[in-house]
Design a protein around this ligand. Structure first.
Ligand code: UGA
Length: 431
């Protein structure tokens, strides 16, 4: 199939590359010329394991190309996938301006029947609005489909090539056969729904996963007070097939470009139809508060943070990505700085992106994990990179000025700590 993918962010780029990988002819389009030039030269603007190699393979195989020329790409293809960003506006609503601009341009460029699939996460009813908008700019027939994306950063390629399910939201029979044919090599678990339900499935799925995380974080907070171990609690709960074991890792709360944005947007979507989504509001509030447990634990041991040196391991919102959008590390470091602490931070991949978000005279970016830990009064682990887990704790103990370890991601075990004199705090586990 000949496919144009509009938008080369995470979703657009990975989907485009994966559709090429399974044998389609794909052209990825973006307005940002620097991004397209970078991709044309074999460079990848995001860090995602395996992506660079897969792009190279498909470009050389003649199945994948990059352009800023949307009209030519639209005219040359039969399926157009819209995957432009829908960032949050200050009030939490999704900003649809990129989507609207792209839809108008697609309408003007059409030269025959097209299927226009929307992968961007959009409020219920948006796909229908996009249809009306395109209709205003073209005389040609077309169908709209809502095909939400469920890939995770860091495992984007395997999530796309082996998805748990594909959701296809349509309001006509016509595009179904082609869309089924396109997705069948990926999975048999395909649900064809109406468009509004497809839009809702995306928000409901992210909101549910966010709810699981806030739930286990509150259980962890209670575990700390009653002397239970949240890891064992989560394992025990997860054996129940109705609950399932995933997304029950307690920590410092969720971040990233999806859960914070989509939970706020769903609260807004409900509010717009006079429904107060009380549960989701609490999920968001619990998540925001969870990160401050790091500060509370530091203050419990060090009392005043003024003049203290705090080492931070991990700045990305999760491992295997350089993405720092809505990373809990941002607010944690800002709070430490506002309390007068000196902060030494290290992340193996996300450091440059983080530096663009936050610079301060009391914040130093270090080139190794050991450099960050050296002479610090405490070390806080915020992202569960493998490199941190594999660090020798006996060596680490000699580096720190004070052996205080605040583990925000439950990376170290009792056995590892047994031969050290660390004062150790984790999340929801006995110290
Ligand atoms: C999330 C969803 O998992 C994807 O299905 C969805 O497609 C994507 O959003 C999106 O809407 O585009 P992503 O944000 O890349 O994917 O990353 P996740 O692996 O879901 O992690 C999100 C956050 O939750 C991270 O900060 C992570 O540390 C945190 N988390 C996750 C926990 O604190 N505990 C867990 O048990 C799982």
């Amino acid at each position: 199939m000949k496919i144009a993918v509009i938008g080369t962010g995470y979703v657009g780029l990975v989907s485009g590359v994966c559709f090429a990988e399974i044998g389609n002819e794909v052209i990825c389009v973006d307005k940002a010329e620097d991004k397209i030039v970078c991709l044309q030269n074999g460079k990848v603007p995001i860090y995602e394991p395996g992506l660079k190699e897969m792009i190279h393979k498909n470009v050389t195989g003649g199945r994948l190309a990059f352009t800023t020329d949307l009209p030519t790409a639209v005219a040359a293809t039969e399926l157009i996938i819209l995957a432009v960003g829908t960032p949050s506006l200050p009030d939490g609503q999704a900003d649809l301006s990129y989507l609207i601009a792209a839809a108008e341009e697609i309408g003007r460029a059409m030269n025959g029947y097209k299927i226009i699939a929307i992968k961007s996460t959009v409020p219920v009813g948006t796909n229908e609005k996009i249809r009306s908008l395109i209709q205003m700019h073209t005389i040609y027939p077309f169908d709209i489909a809502s095909i939400p994306e469920f890939l995770r950063e860091g495992s984007a390629i395997s999530d796309t090539l082996n998805p748990d399910r594909i959701i296809i939201g349509v309001d006509h029979e016509e595009p179904i056969a082609e869309l089924l044919e396109l997705h069948r090599p990926l999975t048999d678990q395909i649900l064809v729904t109406d468009i509004r339900s497809a839009e809702m499935i995306k928000y409901a799925s992210n909101a549910f996963l966010a709810t699981k995380i806030s739930f286990i974080n509150e259980i962890a907070n209670i575990c700390e007070k009653v002397g239970a171990d949240v890891s064992q609690v989560a394992t025990g709960m997860g054996y129940d097939k109705r609950i399932g074991p995933s997304f029950l890792r307690a920590g410092i709360g969720y971040g990233g470009s999806c859960f914070p944005k989509d939970t706020e947007a769903l609260i807004q979507i409900a509010g717009n139809v006079d429904y107060e989504f009380k549960l989701l509001k609490s999920v968001v509030e619990v998540n925001r508060d969870q990160r401050f447990n790091i500060i509370r634990k530091l203050e419990l041991e060090l009392s005043d943070l003024k003049g203290k040196t705090i080492a931070i391991w991990g700045l990305a919102f999760k491992p295997e990505t350089d993405d720092v959008r809505d990373s809990p590390a941002i607010e944690i470091i800002q709070t430490l700085l506002s309390r007068g602490a000196q902060v030494k931070a290290y992340d193996p991949v996300a450091q440059d992106n983080f530096r663009r978000q936050l610079t301060h005279s009391s914040l130093t970016y270090c080139s190794t994990a050991e450099d960050a830990a050296a002479h610090a009064d405490a070390l806080c682990l915020l992202t569960e990179w493998k490199e941190f887990r594999e660090m020798s704790l006996t060596r680490l103990e000699t580096l720190l000025r004070n052996p205080l370890l605040i583990d925000g991601r439950n990376q170290f075990s009792e056995e590892q700590l047994a031969s050290t004199s660390f004062i150790y705090y984790s999340v929801g586990r006995p110290n």
